[in-house]
Design a binder for this molecule. Structure first.
Ligand SMILES: NC(=O)c1ccc[n+]([C@@H]2O[C@H](COP(=O)([O-])OP(=O)(O)OC[C@H]3O[C@@H](n4cnc5c(N)ncnc54)[C@H](O)[C@@H]3O)[C@@H](O)[C@H]2O)c1
Length: 297
C-alpha cells in the first residue's frame, strides 16, 4: 500500500540515497532537513525546518500528515561537535521527531541509531560477552555520540510504552557507503574505500563493519512493509553480509583488539563482528552489495 513517508536528514550522506530509493517506489516522499539538498531528488518533496524547534517540527508534520516517519537527521560523527552539543542535539531531535510523528498520526516510526553505541574503541577497554555482536548484547557507549544514539533508541522504546497503536523501531547502520564512494569519492572519514581496505587500522575503528546505502534503503522498505512482525521499540543491526577486510576477522581482531582475541575464533572467512540475523529473520531482509563486487565495477 502506498504510504506518505517523511524522511528526516534527507540531504545527508545516507538520506540522499534513502530519499532517492524511496522516491522510486509507489510511496509519496517528503524529505525534511535543515538544509535543502544541492540536487533535489525528483519525485520527492523537499522541506526545510530545524528539527530542534519542537513547535515548528510538530506544525510541519501535522501539515504533511505522514503515515510513516524515518528519522535520519542528527550530528552523525563522534566528536564532530562538543560532547554536550552532540548529546543534547541528537536526543532532542529524536524526541521532537518522534513526538511530532505520533502527533501527526503516523503509524510507523524508524529512528537511526548506530553500532558505535556498543562501546568498541573505549580507551578504558571494552570486552563484550560474545562476537558477533547481536541486539541482545548490552550497549556500553563511551562517547556522547554513542550515548545520544542509545538515548534515541530509548526514545523509541519510551514511546512504545505509551501506545501500541504506533510501531517504533530503531536501526544501527554500519559504516555507510554511498554509491559514489565505490567509484572513489571520499567516505565519511575522508579516505577512500580502497584506502580503508588496504589499511586495516582504518576499518578497525568500526570493527570492520560497513553497509551500502542502497541496502539500508532496502532494509527500511522491509521494516515498513513488515512492521507488524517487529517487537515494538526494538532495534536492528543493519550491515553488509561480509566484513570490510581483506583478511578474516579471526586474524584481524586479535591484532587490533587484543582483549577480544578469545572471542574471534569463529570469525573465519568473510564473517562479520555484527550479526544481522535478526533483520533477516524478522523482516526477510538480505543485503545485496559487497565490496567484493561493488569495488570491481
Ligand atoms: N554514515 C554512517 O556511516 C552512519 C553510521 C551509523 C549511523 N548513522 C546515522 O545515520 C544518520 C544519517 O547519517 P549521515 O551519514 O547521512 O549523516 P549526515 O551528516 O550526512 O546527514 C545528517 C543530516 O541531518 C541534517 N540535520 C542535522 N541537524 C538537523 C536539524 N537540527 N534539523 C534538521 N536537519 C538536521 C543535516 O543537515 C544533514 O543533512 C544519522 O542519524 C547517523 O547518526 C550513520
Amino acid at each position: 500500500m502506498a504510504e506518505r513517508i517523511i524522511i528526516t536528514g534527507g540531504s545527508g550522506r545516507l538520506g540522499r540515497s534513502v530519499v532517492a530509493g524511496f522516491a522510486a517506489t509507489e510511496h509519496e516522499i517528503i524529505s525534511i532537513d535543515r538544509e535543502l539538498p544541492e540536487h533535489p531528488v525528483e519525485g520527492a518533496d523537499h522541506r526545510a525546518v530545524d528539527l530542534l524547534d519542537a513547535e515548528a517540527t510538530a506544525a510541519l508534520f501535522a501539515e504533511i500528515s505522514p503515515t510513516a516517519v524515518i528519522s535520519l537527521a542528527a550530528i552523525a560523527v563522534p566528536f564532530a561537535a562538543p560532547e554536550d552539543v552532540i548529546l543534547t542535539t541528537n536526543a532532542a531531535i529524536a524526541q521532537n521527531v518522534t513526538a511530532a510523528a505520533v502527533g501527526s498520526g503516523a503509524t510507523t516510526v524508524v529512528i537511526a541509531s548506530s553500532p558505535s553505541i556498543m562501546g568498541y574503541g573505549s580507551p578504558a577497554g571494552w570486552v563484550p560477552p560474545r562476537l558477533p555482536l547481536d541486539e541482545d548484547v548490552p550497549p556500553q557507549p563511551w562517547h556522547a555520540y554513542g550515548l545520544s544514539k542509545h538515548v534515541a533508541e530509548q526514545v523509541a522504546a519510551m514511546f512504545a510504552q505509551q501506545t501500541d497503536a504506533v510501531k517504533f523501531m530503531s536501526f544501527r547502520p554500519c559504516y555507510v557507503i554511498a554509491p559514489e564512494e565505490w567509484e572513489g569519492a571520499p567516505t565519511q572519514q575522508g579516505h577512500t574505500l580502497r584506502e580503508r581496505l588496504d589499511d586495516p587500522a582504518l576499518s578497525a575503528v568500526a570493527m570492520f563493519n560497513y553497509v551500502d546505502a542502497r541496502d539500508v534503503t532496502d532494509f527500511l522498505l522491509a521494516a515498513l512493509e513488515h512492521s507488524d512482525a517487529v517487537e515494538n521499540g526494538s532495534a536492528f543491526f543493519v550491515g553488509a553480509a561480509d566484513a570490510l577486510a581483506r583478511r578474516p576477522l579471526a586474524e584481524l581482531i586479535p591484532e587490533h583488539f587484543p582483549d577480544l582475541a578469545h572471542l574471534a575464533g569463529d570469525l573465519t572467512g568473510d564473517a562479520t563482528a555484527f550479526s544481522i540475523e535478526k533483520a533477516r529473520r524478522v523482516l526477510g531482509w538480505e543485503p545485496k552489495r559487497s565490496w567484493r563486487t561493488e569495488l570491481a565495477h
